[in-house]
Design a protein around this ligand. Structure first.
Ligand SMILES: Cc1cc2nc3c(=O)[nH]c(=O)nc-3n(C[C@H](O)[C@H](O)[C@H](O)COP(=O)(O)OP(=O)(O)OC[C@H]3O[C@@H](n4cnc5c(N)ncnc54)[C@H](O)[C@@H]3O)c2cc1C
Length: 231
């Protein structure tokens, strides 16, 4: 059965991201209207960045909600997508298990911790083969895909388009880049952030695990990267 590798592609991100945020920031504090501000926008990138950084660090986050980002994601487990869809400020379009029937041996993601254990990995593979056989039997007996999917595992591979604004990406990074987050979603968010940082390197200081933002670790079981709240 195929072993899948997570693929993430940035579908869209505004080319004039700095102009949008700068205009939003200046509109709040300038005598000029938003139209005059965008019509006379400066070419001085450092000037724009300086104001934007100041406004973000003050917690004035509505200014970065205007930046919409969309990603295409392949080869991700349903276990990971189930965690991702808990983020309520994101939008999703996900491969349906009702209308897209898994053909024969379905694809699945093998968690590295299971793959590393030869004996357990063999049992895991066997379980997937048996699941695929039963799935096919159900489909061939006329059971609808929407019911037959009941036996598909959390490891089943999925695909989705996910969109979110920049404020939510920072929040997502803060939660899911934490080493306490599950590995697969951590890798996903890492790839999403890397794609955004490639275009806007200044964002790397915001696309960090929450401990870097807080200055301490608020987890019960700290990984030791940062001191805990109580030292
Ligand atoms: C390490 C880890 C372990 C987890 N384990 C579990 C688990 O065992 N069981 C479980 O059920 N979930 C679990 N979760 C999911 C978690 O409870 C959240 O549902 C998920 O992380 C989304 O976070 P969020 O609500 O902050 O983000 P979003 O939904 O993206 O919302 C962003 C922010 O908007 C605000 N907001 C959004 N909606 C509301 C609202 N209705 N009311 C008020 N403010 C709102 C909040 O400030 C929120 O932080 C886990 C998450 C992590 C990171």
């Amino acid at each position: 059965m195929p072993k899948q590798n997570l693929v993430v592609k940035l579908i869209s991100m505004p080319d004039n991201l700095l102009d949008v945020i700068y205009t939003a920031c200046r509109t709040c504090y300038s005598a000029d209207g938003a139209v005059e501000i965008i019509d006379n926008i400066t070419d001085d990138k450092e000037k724009k960045l300086s104001l934007i950084k100041k406004v973000i660090s003050s917690g004035h986050y509505s200014t970065i909600e205007h930046i919409q980002l969309s990603f295409a994601i392949n080869n991700i487990s349903r276990a990971a997508t189930h965690q991702l869809v808990r983020h309520r400020h994101m939008s999703f379009s996900q491969k349906s298990q009702r209308y897209v029937r898994e053909k024969g041996e379905f694809d699945y993601i093998v968690p590295p911790a299971i793959e590393a254990n030869k004996e357990l990995y063999a049992k895991f593979e066997q379980h997937m083969i048996e699941t695929a056989t039963l799935y096919q039997e159900l489909i061939q007996s006329g059971i609808k895909g929407e019911d037959a999917r009941a036996i598909l595992p959390n490891a089943t591979t999925s695909s989705m388009v996910a969109s979110l604004n920049l404020r939510e990406l920072i929040h997502l990074a803060n939660l899911r880049l934490c080493t306490r987050a599950q590995l697969e979603i951590r890798m996903l968010v890492k790839k999403m952030c890397a794609l955004v940082e490639e275009r806007e390197p200044w964002l790397s200081e915001h696309l960090v695990p929450k401990c870097e933002r807080l200055g301490y670790c608020d987890e019960d079981n700290s990984c030791g990267r940062m001191k805990t709240k109580n030292g």
